[in-house]
Design a protein around this ligand. Structure first.
Ligand SMILES: Nc1ncnc2c1ncn2[C@@H]1O[C@H](COP(=O)(O)OP(=O)(O)OP(=O)(O)O)[C@@H](O)[C@H]1O
Ligand SMILES: [Mg+2]
Length: 331
């Protein structure tokens, strides 16, 4: 279908998040993305999101907006125990391996079908662990899930949770989990290994670490709330085995393949003009082994250079220089 027709069609789509028509709309967006029509996919997605948020009687979105939620605070220092990110600021445009993409879509579909699942005594996956190297989308994937599902997004502030006063870290964790028990949101426990370290770690505060880990295990186990808990770590090996068992799904987010790097470069440059002699596939090969974050940084560095020089397009030289500069640090 041509782009104008698709755009027009999307403007007329209305419905609730879990209706079949909306699911078809999401599949069209995914197909366009796979075909490399990234800008179109992005445009269709924002039209769809706008229509979904306007739809009257969209009980799910209404519920999350209407319900007053106050972030609990640490009693001693009055610091908030979680940080909210506005929906429009959530990072969501990801390039993923087929395996990771399909597992994330499964989480989203199960969440949208949670009422149907409940009729059969089944629960959606809602305690998720993302693991993998730094800069490969663990935190971003949590944001993407919140964005796709229209759920409010909160990130646990371990700096406020972990208190040097005995017992207060545990009570902070408890307070936070209680406050979100029946509030539909995505709660991100980012770099979770801060408290999820091996229980046999020998350190001075080992007693307190044991206590906090045990409280967290209990809280994870008991969580049967309305939202989705997402933990991330890049230290998979050092995580307590008992913690792994508490999750409904573990998803590895590895470094990108050459095809994924090419796709990421295409997306990163989609709003800009690239010199026609540049072959992104060749650059992707030179970037093999880099994280997504570094690839994005190289693309941004090249783009900034072109903009600052008031060039009408990004030249091979801009890209070569950005690559050389980052290659030295990141390989
Ligand atoms: N799969 C991806 N698709 C597109 N961009 C990505 C992807 N993964 C990472 N990025 C880019 O890298 C940046 C950093 O990603 P993110 O913060 O999710 O990494 P992380 O895995 O949480 O790393 P860390 O372990 O250091 O916290 C993102 O803002 C984005 O620009
Ligand atoms: Mg992260």
């Amino acid at each position: 279908m041509n782009q104008i027709l698709l755009t027009r069609l999307f403007k007329s789509i209305e419905g609730k998040h879990d209706e079949p028509l909306i699911r078809v709309a999401y599949s069209i967006i995914e197909d366009e993305k796979k075909k490399g029509h990234v800008t179109l996919a992005k445009k269709l997605n924002s039209i769809l999101q706008e229509n979904l948020s306007k739809t009257k009687g969209n009980s799910f979105l209404k519920l999350t907006r209407d319900k007053e939620f106050r972030i609990p605070i640490d009693r001693r220092f009055r610091l908030p125990l979680a940080k909210h990110t506005e929906h429009e600021h959530l990072r969501h445009e990801m390039v993923l391996s087929e395996n990771a993409e399909s597992k994330i879509i499964r989480i989203e579909k199960e969440y949208l079908s949670r009422e149907r699942l409940a009729h059969h005594g089944l629960n959606p996956r809602r305690k998720i662990l993302f693991y993998g190297p730094s800069g490969c989308g663990k935190s971003m994937a949590a944001e993407r899930i919140a964005w796709d599902l229209g759920l409010p997004f909160y990130k646990v502030r371990f700096d406020s949770i972990i208190s040097s006063y005995l017992g207060e870290s545990a009570s902070n964790l408890q307070t936070l989990f209680e406050s979100i028990a029946d509030y539909p949101c995505v709660l991100l426990l980012d770099e979770f290994d801060i408290i999820g370290k091996q229980r046999d770690v020998k350190s001075n505060d080992v007693g307190e670490i044991h206590r906090i880990v045990n409280i967290l295990l209990g809280l994870l186990e008991e969580y049967n709330g309305e939202g989705i808990l997402i933990a991330t770590t890049n230290l998979e090996g050092s995580l307590d085995k008992a913690l792994f068992r508490r999750f409904d799904d573990f998803i590895e987010l590895p470094k990108p393949t050459i095809t994924e790097i090419t796709e990421l470069l295409k997306i990163s440059f989609s709003a800009l003009k690239l010199n026609q002699n540049i072959k992104l596939g060749d650059y992707a090969e030179k970037m093999a082994g880099m994280s997504y974050a570094v690839v994005v940084k190289i693309a941004n560095d090249a783009a900034k250079k072109a903009v600052i020089n008031s060039s009408s397009e990004i030249s091979a030289n801009d890209l070569d220089m950005a690559l050389a500069e980052n290659e030295a640090i990141n390989k």
